[in-house]
Design a protein around this ligand. Structure first.
Ligand code: GLU
Length: 435
């Protein structure tokens, strides 16, 4: 069988190839010399599979796509409070290099505009690092996201530093507001180095997939940053990742994303996929023209908009009936699938209808493949209340989906391997395990 996903990617690349509108980033001379025809797209699944078409192994500089990852590192290294005290999370609706700070606090509005990203760079690593050690921390961190050792493009870095007047102006302004507390020049130099890290489209897809996969790199298995950090980063990418086009993007594409002026673009769909495209010509917002078209296609072709309402999950309660005869015959609520808040609510409704005459109630988790924290707590509360109402409660849980269940005050459950055990069990004073 020909591979389906690479064929799809090649077809979509073919559809956008003829669009030669947009300009290369002129303000960095090295980028102005890039080959404008390059075009590639890659998908990295959270299971570790990577699919691609076009120029996915050509290196280019990461530029602003480094910003969400550096933000993740700063949050992980310094904690939320220290970072949020210095950089806000409000969309600016302004260009990436706008010279503006939040009125009142003097904080940069968010970590995706340059003012925020320069500040974030200064917050990576431990507090006492010198500028060189900080760059090293960022390079190692980005490498962990990519799952391979990355390096910098010294020529692009030098070329940007020669023309970094605007970022230097921003940094001096940040220094005057005490947002930066060190000499601004080495910080801009470090930030520029961060932007000059070389990546391929394949690397970017894996980096995005690491965000989509709760911070765990799907190839190396490394937990690069904690889960709470990832949620913060994806939220900010969603609201601020595309500069002054963030609102259009959120409605039309609906994937947390980040673009860079070398032509890269990433998107991360939580729990599913990391995506990346590369095409150097930029629109007036500084986003890759063909990259934006590609993401519009991915979103609509595959229903990847985060606000897309999923088809109603299959009923969590598969059946509800008494199994067998006699006084010990248990009423079995056979549950299935993945259980979250809404599924647990269905179980509560079902449990509320159980007649008091059913002495034994078995909650059968055999067909449940996952249960989230709130649903687990709700299910144990169901067990507790059933006990208080005089029922003997059994949890049929051969795979230990709920290890060591504790229904709390006055509740009692007996864990059994199958429904027959619930029927055959001789009730004792305490709950327990029967295997
Ligand atoms: N190095 C660039 C700058 O700070 C990054 C901008 C971008 O990629 O949007 O100007």
């Amino acid at each position: 069988m020909r591979p389906i996903i690479p064929d799809y990617l090649a077809e979509v690349l073919g559809d956008v190839e003829s669009d030669t509108s947009g300009e290369l980033a002129e303000y960095i001379p090295e980028l102005a010399a890039a080959d404008p025809e390059r075009l590639g797209a890659a998908f990295a699944m959270i299971g570790g599979e990577v699919y691609g078409a076009g120029d996915i192994d050509i290196e280019f500089t990461i530029q602003s796509i480094s910003k969400p990852f550096a933000y993740a590192l700063a949050l992980a290294d310094r904690g939320f409070d220290s970072v949020l005290a210095k950089v806000g999370v409000e969309p600016s609706g302004e260009a990436f290099n706008e010279i503006s700070l939040e009125s009142g606090t003097g904080r940069p509005l968010n970590p995706m505009i340059n003012a925020g990203a320069i500040t974030v760079h200064s917050l990576t690593g431990a507090e006492n690092l010198n500028p060189g050690e900080r760059v090293d921390r960022v390079l190692r961190g980005l490498s962990a996201f990519a799952g391979r050792r990355l390096r910098m493009d010294e020529a692009v870095c030098a070329s940007e530093m020669e023309n970094a007047h605007r970022n230097l102006a921003i940094a001096h302004m940040l220094r005057s507001h005490q947002v930066l507390t060190e000499d601004p020049r080495p910080i801009v130099d470090g930030y520029t180095r961060q932007c000059s890290v070389l990546v391929t489209t394949r690397d970017l897809a894996i980096m995005a997939a690491t965000l989509a996969n709760r911070g765990i790199n799907p190839l190396s298995g490394e937990q690069v940053v904690p889960e709470a950090v990832v949620r913060q980063v994806l939220s900010v990418m969603f609201s601020c990742g595309m500069y002054d086009a963030a609102g259009d993007w959120a409605t039309q594409v609906g994937i947390p994303a980040k673009s860079g002026v070398a032509g890269g673009l990433i998107g991360a769909l939580p729990g599913q996929i990391g995506m990346a495209t590369f095409s150097p010509r930029l629109d007036s917002h500084g986003n890759s023209v063909r990259g934006v078209s590609l993401f519009e296609r991915f979103s609509s072709d595959m229903g990847l908009h985060v606000m897309e309402v999923p088809a109603a999950a299959r009923a969590v309660v598969r059946s509800n009936h008494v199994v067998g005869n006699g006084p010990n015959a248990p009423r079995v609520l056979q549950l299935q699938g993945g259980i979250g808040f809404a599924g647990a609510e269905r179980i509560i409704q079902e449990a509320e209808g159980i007649p008091p005459s059913d002495a034994r109630v078995a909650l059968d988790l055999t067909r449940v493949h996952s249960i989230d924290d709130v649903a687990r707590r709700m299910l144990l509360e169901v067990a507790r209340r059933l006990t208080l109402n005089g029922h003997e409660v059994y949890l049929v849980d051969p795979e230990s989906i709920i290890p060591d269940p504790d229904p709390g005050d006055g509740g009692r459950v007996t864990v059994v391997a199958d429904v027959d055990h619930a029927a055959a069990h001789t009730a004792t004073a305490g709950g327990g395990h029967i295997r």
